[in-house]
Design a protein around this ligand. Structure first.
Ligand code: UDP
Ligand code: MN
Length: 523
């Protein structure tokens, strides 16, 4: 899943909460009188499990809200930052398309696969999405492989997630436990609690707004039998607007940029070649999105679970990704396993202490422990981040020491050579780096010249040298644009502040002091 939002917008309108609670209270005071069948359904509805097969959202189809309900729909959207009205119209056990590659559909898996506990953490999740997650796990997993489902309530403030939830899950055909955090802790510590209370040999983490498709579990568990392998399904997209189910691509994998935002990137050719073009084989991925993965219980312990010093949301996905790779494990996307996730554009819940503060703190913890000198790429592009207190990391650094994990440069070289962070660079300055490929680069943008005597621009790096090739002269302090043989010139007063290229004149405006330049032969 994950992660569209860097600056997650917090939209908690207390009025809406109060209204929702009143609605739910009303419903449940009514529903206490319901018969068994009715109690199994969604609050306010009694047919959520027995809707006709052509009902709303069946087969993963989009739900269209009639015009007259659009206003109400928009109001309800704010509660969870997805179309709650659409979600409530869809059966908790709706059908989904089989989006797997043909080659996945008749693969055979060993009989003796390990059993998994499924751990789902939630804070103020909607009833319909949470229970649709649970039903899809139960309906689409062989019960011989499903030890239990553990729901960890991270101090939600919704009455329907209290006793009604416990009563509902008691009747399901797989053991479902509801455990509660004493106080709001965030997804990291909530998952740690769920993991510690669960008993399966494998732990599978899911977000609380997922839907598992046919055959999702077996390929994950089969792969885990491989030592030290952590696996993610392909994460399909459940539209936040219509709840339409859309297949995710097997041709993207996880990366990150200088800001340490998780991003999807195309699977590079080297990874296609390694698999000899067989797209049904697992893809080695530099990072995981975070919300959906399976891991062997003992291995989870061995590599140090999660960093419990991280709060609420963010950073933990890159932290565990770096840790797995640097400490001798393997992280894969199993392309025969598909699980849907509702991707949101904004966060509905609060970040106590401030969104930026918390995400920066978490990111600093992972940068300080795992990224060595490459943490500076993050620091340079994130103003103010070095002022954020990241607490005590001694136990995490000790873990890295104990496991004798490899340096971050090894990870960049061997796992993520196509990273936005250049493995080799001559200089890292205020904003830009001067890389070993002789690009002047920030994140995925490179200084580019398209016009003689004209202004320079930051364009997407193409790595073809050409217009993005710069030669630094450490004596004259000039940056020469090789193609045009002109020098990078600081903006003069009358210009629009944009540096340009001009004939080399050896004037002050063409001198650039690069920090820590150690030139060629090293590379
Ligand atoms: N979550 C939680 N406590 C928090 C924040 C999030 O338990 O303080 C849960 C949330 O309900 C969801 C999971 O953690 O099940 C991941 O959060 P979210 O879906 O908001 O993250 P995203 O998918 O946007 O990365
Ligand atoms: Mn999510």
């Amino acid at each position: 899943m994950r992660r569209f939002a860097y600056c997650k917008v917090v939209l908690a309108t207390s009025l809406v909460w109060v209204m929702l609670d009143m609605f739910i209270l009303l419903y449940f005071s009514e529903c206490n009188k319901c018969d068994d069948k009715k109690e199994r359904g969604l609050p306010g509805r009694d047919d959520a499990l027995s809707r006709p097969r052509d009902g709303p959202g069946e087969g993963g189809k989009p739900v269209v809200i009639p015009k007259e309900n659009q206003e109400k729909m928009k109001e309800m959207f704010k509660i969870n930052q997805f179309n709650l009205m659409a979600s409530e119209m869809i059966a908790l056990n709706r059908s989904l398309p089989d989006v797997r590659l043909e080659g996945c559909k008749n693969k055979l898996y060993p009989d003796n696969l390990p059993r998994t506990s499924v751990v789902i953490v939630f804070h103020n999740e909607a009833w319909s999405t949470l229970l649709r997650t649970v039903h899809s796990v139960i309906d689409r997993s062989p019960h011989t492989l499903l030890e239990e489902i553990v729901l960890v309530d991270d101090a939600s403030e919704r009455d329907f997630l209290k006793r009604p939830l416990e009563q509902y899950v008691r009747r399901l055909e797989v053991p479902v436990r509801v455990v509660r955090m004493e106080q709001r802790s965030g997804l990291i510590r909530a998952r740690l609690k769920g993991a510690s209370l669960s008993t399966g040999q494998v732990i599978t983490f899911l977000d609380a707004h997922c839907e598992c498709t046919t055959g999702w579990l077996e390929p994950l568990l089969a792969r885990i039998k491989q030592d030290k392998t952590v696996v993610c399904p392909i994460i399909d997209v459940i539209s936040d607007d219509t709840f339409e189910y859309m297949a995710g691509s097997d041709m993207t994998y996880g990366g990150f940029n200088w800001k340490l935002n998780f991003r999807w990137y195309p699977v590079p050719q080297r990874e296609m070649d390694r698999r000899k073009g067989d797209r049904t084989l697992p893809v080695r991925t530099p990072t995981m999105a975070g919300g959906l993965f399976s891991i062997d219980r003992d291995y989870f312990q061995e590599i140090g679970t999660y960093d419990a010093g991280m709060d609420i949301w963010g950073g933990e996905n890159l932290e565990i990704s770096f840790r797995i790779w640097q400490c001798g494990g393997t992280l894969e996307i199993v392309t025969c396993s598909h699980v849907g996730h509702v991707f949101r554009k904004a966060t509905p819940y609060t970040f106590p202490g401030g969104t930026g503060q918390i995400i920066n703190k978490n990111n600093r913890r992972l940068a300080e422990v795992w990224m060595d000198e490459f943490k500076n790429f993050f620091y340079i592009i994130s103003p103010g981040v070095t002022k954020v207190d990241y607490g005590d990391i001694t136990s995490r650094s000790a873990l890295r020491q104990k496991l004798q994990c490899k340096p971050f440069s090894w990870y960049l070289e061997n796992v993520y050579p196509d990273s936005q962070i250049p493995r080799h660079y001559y200089s890292l300055g205020e904003v830009f780096s001067y890389t070993a490929n002789k690009e002047i680069r920030t994140d995925d943008l490179c200084l580019d010249v398209s016009k003689l005597n004209g202004p320079v621009m930051m364009l997407k790096c193409h790595h073809l040298k050409g217009n993005q090739l710069w030669e630094y002269d450490p004596q004259k302090l000039t940056l020469i644009h090789v193609n045009s043989n002109q020098c990078l010139d600081k903006a003069s007063e009358e210009d629009s502040q944009v540096p340009s290229v001009r004939d080399c004149s050896h004037t002050r405006s063409q001198q650039w002091l690069l920090r820590n330049v150690t030139l060629p032969e090293v590379f």
